[in-house]
Design a protein around this ligand. Structure first.
Ligand code: EPZ
Length: 423
């Protein structure tokens, strides 16, 4: 089995341009289905979730080409409204395709995406939004079936600012008849990029980034092709800032709007790092001889709160901080699976339900580690950079969903990290 080997104890140094954002490119690829023409997506990261999305688009009848980090999708002719289970299983967030397939073809079918490593992943808000736009939705043993003679604009009120449900509603409403408002919409930057792409395709979407989004639908006519350049991945950036905080040294990340990272950079600054930013560049410096300090309680929350996706990497960086830091994971019920692996390295972390208290220890030691989910796996790499000795991290299939080349990126920042067969 392949493993990522990481030698700890080396300060990080260097500059890196952060890859395109997984959580932006996936809804953008889903949105290409609304265009009767060719769309182009630039700065597309090489991720297994992207590969899975391109396979789904091809299955639906799109012509897909990829060259480096540019992808072209021509959705002029779609041939099916069904996503088979095998393709759904390759990426549970494929539920994002439900709205655009339904909007374009009047029908959509897929198996229920089910839960994932983070716990149950309900989609009730997605389905309620589609019903509000006039779709019949049935859930049965053979999965989800949606049908609509024509979607009609309406007022959608989300009980939770769900990212995926907001995106699905935007995608379906873009070609519905009339105006749709989404109240309590998610405010993530990736939602703003989706709005911009839909408008470039001829849509009329406003308000993304706030809690109220207004969409004036085309009344059933498809959009045309559009262009987008995927924004930098703020969670990958948070991961690498956490890595530099853990290992010490000085790095500069480019390609990410620092304002999207402020909750994370504020915590790392409070822990004792020097964090500076301007435009799309973020610097972090930490003297390896000066340990990090524990920080105020970290509670995950919808954007612009502390991102749940950064919880694990930041936790890993605080395992050798002086003092104790409390985490409260409010977004997902099973997002502490990295803690047992951190304990193998000597971390002292106590958990009680959604609360985890990290009591800083003098030193972590290398261990054989396993990733059980995407961000938890990245967190183990962060901890390995600060540990004494060489760690081996397996379960890379999880990591490759969201990090194009973790070993390559860490090596560019002076780490000794490489892929090898696990003995
Ligand atoms: C998106 O997931 C991201 N994934 C997640 O990133 C991220 O952690 C999450 O938003 C929260 O920010 C993508 O964008 C592909 P939600 P999503 O709907 O849309 C509950 C990563 O590591 N909920 O905002 O699935 C849900 O259970 C991934 O990159 C319902 O109850 O998240 C959760 O508690 C992990 N019913 C909360 O809302 C629904 O219908 C927020 O989930 C939908 C969600």
């Amino acid at each position: 089995m392949e493993a990522l080997k990481i030698e700890g104890g080396r300060a990080l140094r260097g500059e890196l341009t952060v890859q395109g954002a997984k959580n932006s490119v996936l809804p953008l690829l889903a949105a290409t289905l609304l265009g009767s023409g060719k769309s182009v997506i630039r700065n597309c990261p090489h991720l297994t979730d992207v590969t899975a999305s391109l396979d789904i688009l091809r299955h639906l009848g799109c012509e897909v080409e990829a060259d480096g980090e540019t992808v072209w999708v021509d959705a002029s002719t779609l041939k099916t409204c069904e996503i088979p289970e095998a393709l759904m299983r390759s990426m549970r967030s494929s539920v994002i395709f439900l709205g655009p397939i339904l909007a374009r073809l009047g029908m959509a079918g897929m198996c229920h995406p089910g839960g994932c490593e983070l716990g149950p992943r309900p989609i009730d808000l997605h389905l309620e939004a589609l019903r509000t736009l006039g779709s019949q939705v049935s859930e049965g043993p053979d999965g989800l079936r949606c049908a609509a003679v024509g979607l009609r604009g309406n007022d959608i009120s989300l009980s939770i600012p769900s990212v995926g449900a907001t995106e699905n509603a935007m995608l379906a409403a873009a070609v519905a008849a009339g105006v749709t408002t989404i109240q309590n919409a998610a405010r993530e930057p990736e939602i703003v990029q989706l709005q911009d792409f839909l408008n470039d395709m001829g849509g009329d979407v406003r308000g993304a980034g706030t809690s109220v989004i207004t969409i004036r639908g085309t009344g059933g006519a498809p959009l045309h092709g559009g262009e987008a350049t995927v924004m930098g991945d703020r969670i990958v950036a948070a991961t690498y800032l956490s890595a530099a905080a853990a290992a010490g040294g000085e790095i500069c990340l480019s390609g990410v709007d620092y304002r999207q990272l402020s909750p994370v950079s504020a915590i790392l600054a409070e822990a004792g790092c020097m964090v500076k930013s301007e435009g799309e560049r973020i610097w972090l410096k930490r003297d390896p001889a000066t340990p990090l300090k524990a920080v105020r309680p970290i509670r995950t929350a919808p954007y612009p709160g502390f991102p749940t996706d950064a919880q694990a990497p930041v936790m890993a960086s605080l395992c050798t901080a002086r003092g104790a830091t409390m985490f409260v994971e409010n977004m997902f019920s099973s997002r502490y699976r990295h803690i047992d692996e951190l304990r193998k390295m000597g971390a002292d972390i106590r958990t009680e339900g959604r609360v985890a208290v990290v009591c800083g220890v003098e030193q972590l030691h290398a261990a054989a580690l396993e990733a059980f989910d995407l961000r938890g796996g990245a967190a183990l790499a962060v901890a390995a950079l600060a540990a004494e000795g060489e760690s081996a991290l397996c379960g890379l299939c999880h990591i490759r969903r969201g990090y194009a080349d973790l070993a390559g990126d860490l090596t560019a920042l002076n780490a000794k990290a490489y892929y090898a067969e696990k003995e």
